[in-house]
Design a protein. Structure first.
Lengths: 423, 241
């Protein structure tokens, strides 16, 4: 029920103490504002980082080789070694729980100087030999043309996928790169696709836009790598922790390459699952911290409201006494005071909420204006549930803040209240 | 209407206990016009507060309109006050941020009367008090007498059976005091019991019955007929003083 008198009373009480009402409300305002802004920016950091890795297969692990650190089986320590095609074959046929397996060769890279030529244009790029399965682990999407496929592998086709930066350097603006040839380390390859990386997880260094991907088998044969494999990625079957597969593969590879079982250095590996958990934990921590600080600030504001209500009640003791003398029940008085407190809290909180969301929106606009793939900060936002929760917390805290002074107000006998000569 | 039986009241402050009312027996009938007199500390205001259910008492019994008033819940007391009783105070006790009409309408607000209806009734009562053109004014824009008339209108709006007035003329000059007393007399003529506390003899002399309190007990009750004699004696006292 809308009660005009109730609101008139509340507004006049607040208006009479403009400055004090404002300062009090500011406490609550600031609490909510902080909560919203902190939570939003925390979420932005999470969005930024997670956007960069969320498309990445979270059940993947990567293997490369390092010099051995222990002598074993007649070999000295410090031996350099490589994976072989047979290793890959063996894993494919003998190890269960492996979903995708994609060997990789590192070709020329940007540090070698210009390695790619087309007419008068030259550029330095990172060249990888990959299997199509790789796109299932670290997703790439074709902007034009197509991705490297199984037939390219089988027929050792001299075709390549190139990143956006490669197109910029090697082609004129209006040129269509598809079907054109570029010379990579002295060998011509036909461009079959311009590709864009879906994630910012980077394996093998360099910017992903500066990547040239050619079929693994072509790379091995064309550049005389023999049966060497530099690197491979695996993903575990759904439901199987990739750490388990990682451990098993390490044991197996050590056995096949005469490496001491307790040599911790020889096989380099990296497990996304572990990193993923670290990130998830980190962001849960950030959100938790946000709430603790936010609620703490809000609580300080609410205590301020309660305090100010106590003072208002003290000042209005006589008035409350009169109202009770002419028939106001304690219930009426409590309702008035609590309504006043809730009004103050919710108004202040709502403004805090609105300004907080507004600030996040501004931040978002600024971020999008200077949008880059590299930013680790994007889409600052708060969820609708969070906004509702914050408002619920406000109403609740308003009630609590009002209830204590209200109980005090009705605990004074009406006659004492009337006699009260102010302060 | 009002029946007090051996009512005691003490105020306890810390270890001190102040025995204010020491056994009051009192009967007041419907339609009486009564004043309570007594020196400071004689307990007259305390008595009025107990009668108006603003304060409780320790011993004895108090029947108001047939209902025993004892250890009543605040809510019940508030309802009873709202139904039966109107208050007029020395310091008017109007709500400062409400205009005259809203102040008068306030008791009806607590009864849940809709806004338009209660404001209309409030205007009628203000008209009776001759304050119709002051309806939109705030209390601090009015004189003492006007404020007291607004307060009386407020006490009447809930159609009470009894009006309690605590020093209603205490803050007013003589001529305004007499105006206010005239109004109270008219109210009494309509059949409403009026009980007032005062320490001014001329004001008390306008009532039908004077209850003189002395040190927590009723010293004497002077009825209408005796008043003239009493007034004469009082005048003599003044002369000798």
């Amino acid at each position: 029920m809308f009660d005009l008198d109730l609101w008139k009373e509340i507004l006049s009480a607040l208006k009479k103490n403009r400055m004090r009402s404002f300062m009090t409300a500011f406490g609550v305002f600031w609490g909510i504002f902080m909560l919203i802004v902190m939570s939003g920016t925390g979420r932005a950091l999470e969005n930024g980082v997670m956007d960069g890795i969320k498309a990445f297969a979270s059940n993947s692990a990567f293997f490369w080789t390092e010099p051995t650190s222990k002598p074993y089986d007649g070999f000295q320590r410090g031996r350099r070694w490589n994976y072989k095609n047979t290793d890959i074959e063996y894993i494919r046929t003998h190890i269960s729980d492996v979903e995708y397996l994609s060997p990789r060769l590192f070709g020329a890279n940007t540090r070698d100087g210009d390695n790619t030529i087309r007419g008068k244009k030259t550029g330095a790029f990172n060249v990888f030999g990959d299997y199509p399965d790789f796109f299932k682990i670290d997703p790439w999407s074709p902007i034009k043309g197509r991705l490297i496929n199984e037939i390219d592998i089988r027929q050792n086709r001299k075709v390549c996928n190139i990143g956006e930066r490669v197109v910029e350097v090697m082609f004129d603006e209006e040129e269509d790169p598809i079907g054109e040839y570029i010379k990579i380390n002295g060998v011509y390859f036909q461009v079959v696709g311009v590709v864009h990386a879906e994630t910012r997880v980077n394996i093998g260094g360099g910017r992903k836009e500066e990547t040239i991907i050619i079929p693994f088998t072509t790379m091995q044969k064309t550049y005389n790598h023999g049966d060497v494999v530099h690197f491979f990625s695996v993903t575990s079957d759904p439901g199987v922790p990739v750490s388990k597969v990682e451990t098993r593969l390490k044991e197996l590879l050590k056995e096949r390459h005469h490496i001491a079982p307790d040599d911790l250095q020889a096989i380099g590996s990296f497990n996304i699952e572990v990193e993923w958990k670290k990130y998830t934990g980190l962001f849960t921590g950030i959100q938790l911290l946000t709430w603790i600080v936010g609620i703490g600030t809000l609580l300080a504001g609410v205590i301020g409201v309660s305090n100010i209500m106590l003072v208002i009640i003290k000042e209005r003791t006589q008035e409350i006494g009169i109202q009770r003398a002419i028939g106001a029940t304690p219930g009426t008085i409590i309702t008035h005071i609590v309504a006043e407190s809730v009004f103050l809290t919710v108004m202040a909180g709502y403004i805090g909420l609105a300004l907080g969301v507004g600030l996040l929106e501004l931040l978002n606009m600024a971020l999008e204006a200077g949008a880059q793939d590299e930013v680790f900060f994007r889409n600052p936002e708060i969820s609708f549930t969070m906004a509702v929760a914050a408002l619920a917390v406000l109403v609740l805290s308003g009630i609590v803040a009002g209830l204590i002074p209200a109980r005090r107000a009705v605990s004074i006998k009406p006659i004492d209240a009337i006699r009260d000569e102010g302060i | 209407m009002i029946s007090l039986n051996n009512v005691h009241k003490s105020y306890v402050t810390g270890s001190n206990s102040l025995h204010v009312l020491k056994g009051i027996d009192l009967e007041i009938k419907q339609g009486e016009f009564v004043s309570i007199m007594g020196s400071s500390g004689s307990g007259k205001s305390t008595l009025l507060n107990i009668l108006g259910i603003l304060d409780n008492y320790d011993q004895g019994s108090y029947y108001l309109n047939g209902t025993l008033v004892k250890n009543m819940s605040e809510k019940k007391a508030a309802q009873l006050r709202n139904e039966l009783v109107g208050f007029v105070f020395q310091s008017f006790n109007l709500i400062s941020f409400k205009n005259a009409m809203e102040n008068v309408a306030l008791p009806l607000y607590y009864q849940g009367v809709p806004r338009k209806k209660r404001n209309k009734i409030a205007l009628e009562y203000l008209d009776k008090m001759g304050l119709l053109e002051w309806a939109e004014h705030l209390p601090n824009e009015m004189s003492g007498g006007q404020k007291q008339r607004v307060a009386i209108a407020r006490s009447l709006i809930s159609k009470p059976k009894i009006i309690f007035a605590d020093e209603p003329t205490g803050a007013l000059d003589t001529s305004t005091s007499y105006e206010v007393m005239e109004i109270l007399k008219e109210i009494n003529n309509e059949g409403i019991t009026v009980i007032l506390v005062t320490h001014e003899h001329d004001i008390a002399a306008m009532t039908h019955k004077i209850i003189r309190l002395n040190d927590g007990v009723i010293a004497e009750i002077i009825k209408n007929g005796d008043l003239k004699h009493w007034k004469h004696q009082y005048a003599k006292e003044l002369e000798t003083a």
